[in-house]
Design a protein around this ligand. Structure first.
Ligand code: FES
Length: 101
């Protein structure tokens, strides 16, 4: 079971391997915008993955295409609804409006 650390609060929780980052972030009680409910249509669940990128599921074409339309992407960008947790620890940063703060 991987540890998931969520920035900027720094909260760390034990997450379930195979769940999406979005599910794990919500289960941890953090606020993250997810306007299309994981249908890869909105891009509002954009996060930066600082640690553990390689343990996450591979990026699919639909996620890559949606990220192309999102402002402020970097090599650390993932859509939280599409990235599935593996067995290693992950640190994510909630961004801007998506952090709910
Ligand atoms: S919730 Fe819309 S793309 Fe992730």
């Amino acid at each position: 079971m991987p540890n998931l650390t969520i920035l900027p609060t720094g909260k760390t929780v034990i997450a379930e391997a195979g769940s999406s980052l979005l599910q794990a972030i919500l289960a941890a009680g953090e606020l993250i915008t997810h306007n299309c409910d994981a249908n890869v249509e909105c891009g509002t669940c954009h996060v930066f993955v600082h640690e553990g990128r390689k343990t996450l599921s591979k990026m699919q074409r639909s996620e890559n295409a949606k990220l192309d339309a999102v402002v402020g992407v970097s090599s650390k960008s993932r859509l939280a609804c599409q990235a599935m947790l593996g067995s290693e620890d992950v640190t994510v940063e909630l961004l801007g409006f998506g952090s709910g703060r």
